[in-house]
Design a protein around this ligand. Structure first.
Ligand SMILES: Cc1ncc(COP(=O)(O)O)c(C=O)c1O
Length: 403
């Protein structure tokens, strides 16, 4: 399929080693790779131009706004989870669409939210009833998130909005119990988000479930937002199947299709550089303690959980020296993963984790008083620039008064 991707997580480094590129930076630090972002953008723009769909950046995954100008030429706008992200999208990706979905909006924020968002998606008929009329009279396009009750993720309930008892999205029985003709008349679109790092076959299954539950409503809608979780820029993703789904929906119900991927926009477009602080042996386990923490700097490693790619390393046992890489915090489980290396690790060795642009800088924390890593960008000429750095006051001011 044209536009399919074959990059590995460190492809953009080319023949330069992490030491050559990042050896002078103080660690831990994130480095966002503009070239990889642009390539993701090109793939997404290809889908949009072949299908007519509009693609938004889900800022919950990636909100390093200094890099929005890199993605903006390829996207229709941003998607927000609430007031602050909506404002960020409006400020930093100007003249583009700003969509917002929140499981429940607040009275004291809603008027301000109307300044930033042009598409507002409600989670329940009650929220639609409460805030829909004000949004409508402010000229906004209004949607309702539906829940097609179709789980396509096995054993991953934390990321499955269709798991039993979910609060996310209106099921058909909730719809039947609460929707009235006047509420329906407020609606311009439907929204569903059910996937997480999935291929397009899961979208196809989900779309059939949406059609089964809401196929009678869709012909009355102007748009259908298919949410995020589409791993479009992952090597091997079935782009043709995605495009077939989009074209099917657009033709069948005469709707503008939206996608709002987060991961796919910034997949493999960032690194976390770290140094080894200490090397230990506990019986059979060799351990390297790093200046980067899974719990603080890559929280999804523990939450998903997953083991991030590491430059020059292999799976445990494949190469001669296997180490458990762990963070410096008090948390026993602050473990990034087990990896093997051709040679032994030493204090001050530089390590480079891949795929660190998504769900990292927007989700990190200062547990244990860990400093927040600085954020750099590397451009296509491998020029590095500092975007942000943090100090003691960034830690302290979240905890109390600055007397
Ligand atoms: C409503 C909604 N849209 C979009 C996304 C982005 O998902 P992803 O980053 O997996 O593409 C999420 C992620 O949780 C979401 O909840």
């Amino acid at each position: 399929m044209s536009g399919a991707d074959t990059r590995h997580p460190f492809a953009a480094l080319g023949t330069d080693s992490p030491e050559e590129l990042f050896g002078k930076l103080s660690t831990p630090c994130y480095i966002i790779d503009e070239r990889q972002l642009r390539r993701n953008g090109e793939i997404l723009a290809g889908v949009a131009s072949r299908t007519g769909c509009r693609i938004l950046l889900a800022q919950k995954a990636f909100s390093n706004y200094d890099l929005y100008p890199v993605l903006a030429p390829f996207l229709a706008g941003t998607e927000a989870s609430g007031l602050y992200e909506a404002r960020l999208g409006a400020e930093e990706m100007q003249d583009r669409e700003v969509h917002v979905f929140c499981a429940a909006y607040r009275e004291d924020e809603f008027t301000e939210l109307l300044q930033y968002a042009d598409h507002i998606v409600f989670n329940s008929p009650r929220q639609l009833e409460r805030f829909g009329p004000a949004a409508k009279s402010a000229g906004k396009s209004i949607g309702l998130r539906v829940n097609p009750e179709c789980s396509t993720q096995d054993g991953h309930a934390i990321y499955d909005p269709c798991s039993p008892g979910s609060r996310l999205g209106t099921t058909r029985s909730q719809w039947d119990a609460s929707m009235t003709p006047s509420l329906l008349s407020l609606l311009d679109g439907l929204h569903f988000h059910t996937l997480c790092e999935q291929d397009a076959d899961a979208l196809k299954t989900t779309l059939a479930a949406v059609e089964e539950s809401f196929g009678d409503i869709l012909p009355h809608m102007k748009w259908l937002n298919m949410g995020g979780g589409h791993h479009i820029t992952r090597p091997g993703y079935d782009i043709q199947c995605l495009e077939d789904c989009i074209i099917y929906a657009a033709k069948k119900w005469d709707v503008q299709v939206y996608l709002e991927p987060g991961e796919a926009c910034a997949l493999n477009a960032g690194y976390l550089a770290a140094h080894v602080l200490d090397v230990l042996q506990n019986r059979d386990t060799a351990i390297a303690v790093l200046d980067a923490s899974a719990a603080c700097h890559m929280p999804d490693v523990l939450e998903m959980p997953y083991i991030p790619p590491l430059y020059g390393a292999d799976k445990p046992g494949n190469a001669a020296y296997t180490y458990r890489l762990a963070g410096p915090t008090c948390l026993a489980g602050d473990i990034i993963g087990d990896y093997s290396f051709a040679g032994p690790l030493h204090e001050n060795d530089l390590l480079l984790f891949g795929d660190m642009a998504i769900y990292t800088t927007c989700k990190n924390n200062t547990f244990n008083g860990m400093p927040l890593p600085a954020i750099y960008a590397i451009d296509q000429n491998k020029k590095i620039r500092l975007l942000a750095q943090f100090d003691y006051l960034n830690f302290k001011r979240r905890l109390g008064s600055l007397r």
